[in-house]
Design a protein around this ligand. Structure first.
Ligand SMILES: C[S@@+](CC[C@H](N)C(=O)[O-])C[C@H]1O[C@@H](n2cnc3c(N)ncnc32)[C@H](O)[C@@H]1O
Length: 354
């Protein structure tokens, strides 16, 4: 059944209303959904390009953060969550000798990764009960379903989805339970709409609970709490991507395009701490990559040969420029039992802002 029909049926079965988080789950991750079907494979031919899809510069630089950790503890396993086309894994495996596993929720993308990476990676079906090693999640947290909330003069409302006159539309009802509790903690001037990532917090909590020793790196676009719920961001952060164009209507093509929300990094950090993990660093992607030595990686390219150098310089511009990914994208490191300072946060660590 097409995601659209499935959502219509579920709204009907649920008495005319489902939460936005459920809508997003069905549109992206349930059978036939955008990621589940493989339509959400990032890349030039898809709807959006991620840092590892730009080329190898991102992965080669990230490898410099991993190298000392692996050298210190040979055989330290890496677990990548949501590996998309497998581009990051391919680059990292080209740089370092790694014990590499992937946990991928989409069966179709798992097949793409298996074809590209073969025996070099293992695929896991679920988080290991106890995990020692390094977990990587690039642009995964933004795909985790969010609840949508409206702060109105009359109180906090949950924005859900109904189906009327052949179209999906928003419908509000008073927020309740844990969502209402979380919304009440957020001070914003009504009328104000935004997202609350309950599932992303649970995801982070689970990752930390399963982490016996090691590091989790979450890389994504987002903000700390104060900027996320800034009075001027009163329309929230929901964003859809279709053929390299962004728009803000999540009801336009359920199942055929990406639906995302920016990540509230303060909420992820709090979830990690609640699970007994430490926050080890938080920086903009640009700062992180510069700390890891992206300029040295760039310096290894042949500057004399414009055909080689120009595409690499273009990757650096995209990864570092404040107008592109440099400032909006952040790197959050949380972990357990990691005492050595991390290269990527040696300067400009902004954990205090979380
Ligand atoms: C936007 S893509 C990013 C892919 C890749 N990391 C990259 O940077 O190119 C999101 C990926 O996360 C996967 N995914 C979404 N939610 C997930 C979850 N809870 N656990 C593991 N993978 C997930 C999707 O199927 C997809 O592979």
């Amino acid at each position: 059944m097409l995601p659209r029909d499935r959502i219509v049926r579920e709204i009907h079965d649920q008495g005319g209303w489902i939460s936005f988080a459920r809508y997003m789950e069905l549109a992206l991750h349930a059978n036939g959904g955008y990621y589940a079907s493989g339509a959400g494979e990032p890349g030039a031919a898809g709807d959006f390009v991620t840092a590892p899809e730009l080329g190898r510069l991102f992965g080669r630089t990230l490898a410099r953060q991993l190298a000392p950790l692996v050298a210190q503890d040979p055989g330290l396993p890496i677990l990548e969550l949501g590996a998309g086309s497998g581009a990051l894994a391919e680059t990292l495996l080209g740089e370092l000798d790694l014990d590499y596993s992937i946990l991928e929720t989409s069966g179709a993308l798992r097949a793409v990764q298996e074809k590209r990476l073969g025996e070099k990676v293992k695929h896991l079906d679920r988080l290991p009960e106890r995990w020692r090693g390094i977990v990587l999640a690039n642009e995964v947290a933004d795909a985790i379903p969010v609840h949508v909330v409206a702060w109105r003069a009359e109180g906090v409302m949950e924005r859900g989805v109904t189906f009327r006159d052949g179209k999906f539309t928003w419908k509000e009802r008073p927020a309740s339970g844990g969502l209402q509790e979380e919304a009440n903690k957020i001070r914003v001037p009504p009328p104000y709409e935004s997202e609350i990532g309950l599932a992303a917090r649970a995801w982070m909590r689970a990752l930390c609970e399963h982490l016996e020793h090691g590091l989790i790196l979450v890389i994504d676009y987002g903000f700390p709490h104060g900027e996320y719920y800034h009075p001027q961001r009163s329309a929230g952060t929901l964003m859809c991507h279709h053929r390299h164009t962004a728009h803000a209507d999540p009801f336009a093509r359920p199942g055929d395009e990406d639906i995302t929300a920016h990540v509230d990094f303060s909420a992820l950090a709090a979830a990690a701490r609640a699970a007994g993990a430490d926050v080890l660093g938080y920086a903009t992607q640009a700062q992180f990559l510069v700390n890891c030595g992206i300029t040295e990686v760039l310096g290894q390219a042949n500057v004399e040969n414009a055909l080689v150098y120009a595409p690499i310089a273009a990757q650096a511009q995209k990864l570092l420029s404040p107008a592109e990914m440099g400032e909006l994208f952040k790197v959050l490191a949380v972990g357990r039992g990691v005492t050595a300072p991390l290269l990527g946060f040696s300067r400009g660590d902004r954990s205090h802002a979380l």
